[in-house]
Design a protein around this ligand. Structure first.
Ligand SMILES: Cc1cc2nc3c(=O)[nH]c(=O)nc-3n(C[C@H](O)[C@H](O)[C@H](O)COP(=O)(O)OP(=O)(O)OC[C@H]3O[C@@H](n4cnc5c(N)ncnc54)[C@H](O)[C@@H]3O)c2cc1C
Length: 514
């Protein structure tokens, strides 16, 4: 296979870069060992940072977040809910930090305004009655799944290719030049090569591993973060605790839920990243003083991801720079290898622009970046259910033959058909996990109890699944959901999990025959 640029990693950075280059007329292949958003880009808080969180610890990143947030709100409004945000302090919080906050935000050009605590409590009834200071900032939430799909979709429409379940296994090299990338198809085990003019490492936390294959070194530290999803939306705005960044101090509302996070725990390996009970407890304990309802609310899921941070940027993981790291690897004598890592979801477009500029300089392409000014087109607005508005939207649009396969998140048969249409079935049959990454299937309060079975039978009916493929698929999907449920088993979540167990294990014996 031949292309101008091979991009390794289908997270926000890689998907942003493939669009950036496609818009400049550069042909690319984007690969991911698993799928779109399988790394940190599918396991984050979904906060489009105003920059307030980094105003003290990392003013440069704070300003980048502010500028990129403004650009994305203008050019990709369909993936953003512009909620606004509060930073609030409660009795006992550090008074110096509170006093400095407004000035630090202004230095980073963040639009900050003091809010009287009484007004804040009226505007957000769920926040603590012990609130002693509050500032409003332009925080928002962003849907990383939709963002990734929309970026790839436009790149593909311009001729670039995306290959999921395709792992980079190594490079063939000659005198500091990569002559080919050795790839493995993770579904079939088939090995093949991709030859490119430039190779870009957009491997996120895996960037060190990818660079090592080219003989380069990037010092990565693995800071795992755990988050919790509530059953209901608790606030209108993003609520941040006005204190130095710590555990459980951000609550991001999105659609019908809120997401609480985040812990930061150093891990040695990127394998088997899962939330633990201790991390869940810390989030709840630390979140409660800010929003007391977090103690009693129903949680539907916990999940964890690893931040792509660079070593040597600070004394602690919390203070490690969230800045962008672009490396041309010239010092290591490499001529056609680039790494782009660090950064944040909020700054993904900027990261893609920076890497795109370097790629184009090396290729001798003079076209400049368009993503700073061109709106991001929505791939297929009807493929996505819009939480909270979905029922009305679906009823308005649906035809008599259409049926809902996922009732919690309103994903209809027609939406699944459209998703299936985006795969090349002869080479890449999607399973339930892949459909879950491209829609809200399984993400609602029943966590796949009803929709996974319906979806599986629909895929059999459509002749996409044969033999025991569907049963294997179902098991994998439910195991993935279980990882997110097992740490929050109290109250309603426990009853829900018991229903799921009775249904799939008691009735269908799905755990048998392994
Ligand atoms: C818990 C947590 C909360 C966060 N919250 C926020 C937030 O609220 N707001 C914000 O702006 N940022 C947030 N971030 C940061 C943000 O999620 C990341 O900075 C961003 O998603 C990184 O994107 P990426 O594409 O660089 O990396 P990733 O999304 O990790 O993508 C890297 C991809 O490379 C693939 N890959 C690795 N090795 C290979 C190989 N050999 N061959 C092929 N593919 C390979 C992986 O499968 C993966 O999909 C958070 C991060 C975490 C962990």
């Amino acid at each position: 296979m031949r292309t101008q640029v091979l991009i390794i990693g289908g997270g926000a950075t890689g998907t942003g870069l493939v669009r950036d280059l496609a818009l400049r007329g550069v042909d690319c292949i984007l690969v991911d060992t698993r799928d779109l958003n399988a790394g940190a880009s599918g396991a984050n808080h979904g906060l489009l940072h105003s920059g307030g969180r980094y105003a003290k610890s990392d003013p440069h990143s704070a300003q980048e977040c502010k500028e990129e947030g403004d650009i994305l709100k203008k050019l990709a409004p369909h993936v953003i809910e512009d909620t606004g945000g509060f930073f609030l302090a409660v009795e006992g919080d550090d008074e110096k930090y509170i006093a400095d906050f407004e000035g630090l935000c202004r230095n980073a050009t963040i639009d900050v305004a003091k809010v009287d605590p009484k007004d804040a409590m009226e505007m957000e009834p769920a926040i603590s009655r012990k609130t002693i200071a509050c500032y409003s900032v332009p925080d928002a939430n962003i849907d990383p799944f939709r963002l990734g799909l929309d970026n790839v979709s436009q790149a593909v429409s311009l001729g670039s290719r995306f290959m999921r379940r395709t792992r980079l296994a190594g490079f063939d090299m000659e005198n500091g030049t990569i002559t080919a990338a050795r790839m493995v198809n993770m579904r079939t085990g088939e090995e093949f090569k991709i030859v490119a003019d430039q190779y870009v490492n957009a491997g996120g936390a895996w960037a060190g591993e990818v660079a090592a294959m080219a003989g380069a070194e990037i010092g990565m530290l693995y800071a795992k973060g755990t988050l919790l999803i509530t059953h209901d939306r608790l606030t209108k705005r993003v609520i941040n605790r006005l204190r130095p960044p710590g555990d459980g101090d951000i609550l991001v509302p999105g659609g019908t839920v809120s997401i609480l996070g985040t812990t930061s725990v150093r891990v040695d390996s990127l394998d088997n990243i899962q939330p633990t009970i201790a991390e869940v407890d810390v989030n709840v304990e630390q979140g409660m003083p800010m929003v007391p309802e977090l103690a009693t609310t129903r949680y539907i899921r916990a999940y964890a991801g690893v931040r792509p941070l660079l070593t040597g940027t600070a004394d602690s993981d919390r203070n490690a720079s969230r800045g962008v790291a672009l490396m041309g690897h010239e010092r290591e004598g490499l001529k056609n290898f680039i790494s782009i890592t660090g950064g944040k979801l909020t700054t993904y477009r900027l990261m893609a622009e920076m890497a795109g500029d370097l790629v184009c300089e090396r290729l001798g392409v003079s076209a400049s970046c368009l993503t700073r000014t061109e709106p991001l087109p929505a791939a297929d607005p009807w493929m996505w259910s819009d939480p909270g508005h979905a029922a009305r939207g679906w009823l308005e649009k649906h035809d008599q033959g259409d049926v809902l396969l996922c009732e919690c998140e309103m994903v209809p048969k027609s939406g699944v058909d459209r998703m299936l249409g985006t795969f090349d079935m002869s080479k890449d049959k999607p399973g339930l996990k892949a459909l879950g990454r491209r829609s809200r299937v399984g993400k609602g309060s029943c966590q796949g109890t009803f929709c996974s079975l319906r979806l599986t039978s629909y895929l059999y009916d459509k002749d996409y699944l044969h033999g025991d493929e569907g049963v294997r698929n179902l098991r994998e999907f439910l195991e993935e959901r279980w990882k997110g449920q097992r740490t929050i088993l109290w109250g309603m979540a426990e009853s829900q999990a018991e229903l799921q167990e009775a249904f799939y294990c008691g009735l269908m014996g799905i755990e048998l025959g392994r």
